[in-house]
Design a protein around this ligand. Structure first.
Ligand code: NDP
Length: 318
C-alpha cells in the first residue's frame, strides 16, 4: 500500500517542498492547509504529481478546526504513516497580542497548542499504520536551542518558558507570554518552537515504547527566503538571506529543506526516536546529519511534564 503523510502548512516554504519530495518519493501527501485555494496553486506551481496529494482544511489556530480536520481525515479511510508538524506563524512586529478563538496568544496557539492537539488526536491513526514504521516529525529551530549561538540571540529575547507562570495564570488576556512576562512578539514565536521541541521529547518518553511511533524534531537549516519572514521589516527581508548565505553560511534552499524533512520521514538513518536532527549551522556540500543535544531548557523533565499538563488542559484533553 502507498504510505500516507500529513504535512501541516504545506502551502508554502518548507512544508510545500516537503510535500513535493515526499510525493516524488512515492508517498501520498495530505496537505493540511488553512487556505485551500493557495494550497492548490502552490501544489501546481511546484509540480506535485496529480493523484499523489490531496488537500484538507486545517486552521491550527482554532481547536474546533483541528478536531474537524481529524474527523475529515478519518473519513478518507486512508492509513497514516507519518505526520509532519510544520506550519507556523511568526509575527515579530505585533505590539499587542493577537488571540485565537479560545483566547490564547496566536503564535503559541497555532505553533504549539494546535499541533499538540493534532498530534494527540492522530496518535491512534499512526498506531494503526500499515505502510511504514510510523513517524511523528516536528519542525524545531536553532533559535529555540540555547545550546547554540542562534539560540542566544537577544532580539527581542532568547526562548525561555521560565516557570510557566503565564500558563499557571490561565494564559488568557491580559496574559500573553508563557513565562507571564510582558508581551514580546518575536519571543512568543521562539517560545512556541521551544514548546514543539519539548513536547516531541515528552511524546517520545510517554509513547515510543508502547506504540513504536518515532517522535523526532529537526532543524533543516536557515531557509531564509520563505514566507515565514513576511512580517519582518522590509530591510530585514532583503538583508537576511544575503547574511545567511555569505556571513553565517547557514542558508539552505527551500528545495533542500524539503528534501531533509522527507529524509527524516522516510530514511532508515532517522529511525531512532527521541532525537533532534540537524545538518549543522554552516552548510557545506558534504554536511552530514547528526542527532544534536538540546539545551537544559528543552530537556528538564519536570518542566516537560508541567507543560504537558497545562497544554492538555488548554486543548480540552484529559
Ligand atoms: P512559511 O511561512 O513559508 O510556511 C508556513 C506555513 O504554515 C504556511 O503554509 C502557512 O499557511 C502555514 N500556517 C500558518 N498559520 C497556519 C494556521 N493557523 N493553520 C494552518 N497552517 C498555517 O514558513 P517556513 O516554511 O519557513 O516554516 C515552516 C516551519 O519551518 C516552521 O515550523 C518554522 O518554525 C520552521 N523553520 C523554518 C526555518 C526557516 O529558516 N524558514 C528554520 C527553522 C525552522 P499560509 O500559506 O496560508 O500562510
Amino acid at each position: 500500500p502507498i504510505p500516507t503523510v500529513i504535512v501541516t502548512g504545506a502551502s508554502s516554504g518548507v512544508g510545500l517542498y516537503s510535500a513535493l519530495t515526499l510525493a516524488e518519493r512515492g508517498w501520498h501527501v495530505v496537505m493540511a492547509c488553512r487556505d485551500l485555494a493557495k494550497a492548490t496553486r502552490a501544489a501546481s506551481a511546484v509540480g506535485i504529481p496529480e493523484g499523489r496529494f490531496s488537500i484538507l482544511h486545517l486552521d491550527l489556530g482554532s481547536q474546533a478546526s483541528v478536531r474537524a480536520f481529524v474527523t475529515a481525515f478519518q473519513a478518507t479511510g486512508r492509513s497514516l504513516e507519518a505526520l509532519v508538524c510544520n506550519a507556523a506563524v511568526y509575527l515579530p512586529l505585533l505590539k499587542e497580542p493577537q488571540r485565537s478563538p479560545e483566547g490564547y496568544e496566536i503564535s503559541v496557539a497555532t505553533n504549539h497548542l494546535g499541533h499538540f492537539l493534532l498530534s494527540h488526536l492522530l496518535l491512534p491513526e499512526l498506531q494503526k499504520a500499515t505502510g511504514a514504521t510510523p513517524r511523528l516529525i516536528t519542525l524545531g529551530t536553532v533559535t529555540a536551542n540555547s545550546e547554540e549561538f542562534g539560540g542566544k540571540v537577544p532580539i527581542p529575547a532568547p526562548a525561555d518558558l521560565g516557570t510557566l507562570d503565564g500558563l499557571a495564570a490561565g494564559f488568557k488576556a491580559p496574559v500573553a507570554m508563557i513565562d507571564g512576562k510582558p508581551f514580546k512578539a518575536g519571543k512568543a514565536y521562539k517560545d512556541s518552537k521551544l514548546c514543539n521541541m519539548i513536547m516531541s521529547r515528552e511524546f517520545h518518553r510517554r509513547y515510543h515504547d508502547s506504540t513504536g511511533i518515532v517522535f523526532s524534531t529537526l532543524y533543516p537549516g536557515c531557509v531564509a527566503d520563505t514566507a515565514l519572514f513576511r512580517d519582518t521589516p522590509p530591510l530585514f527581508q532583503s538583508i537576511f538571506p544575503w547574511f545567511q548565505k555569505t556571513i553565517t553560511k547557514g542558508y539552505v534552499t527551500q528545495a533542500l529543506s524539503g528534501d531533509r524533512v522527507a529524509q527524516v520521514v522516510i530514511d532508515p538513518a532517522f529511525a531512532a526516536s527521541g532525537n533532534h536532527w540537524s545538518w549543522g549551522n554552516r552548510q557545506r556540500a558534504d554536511s552530514q546529519p547528526f542527532a544534536q543535544p538540546l539545551s537544559s531548557k528543552a530537556t528538564r523533565h519536570e518542566l516537560g511534564t508541567r507543560l504537558w499538563d497545562y497544554s492538555c488542559a488548554m486543548v480540552g484533553l484529559p
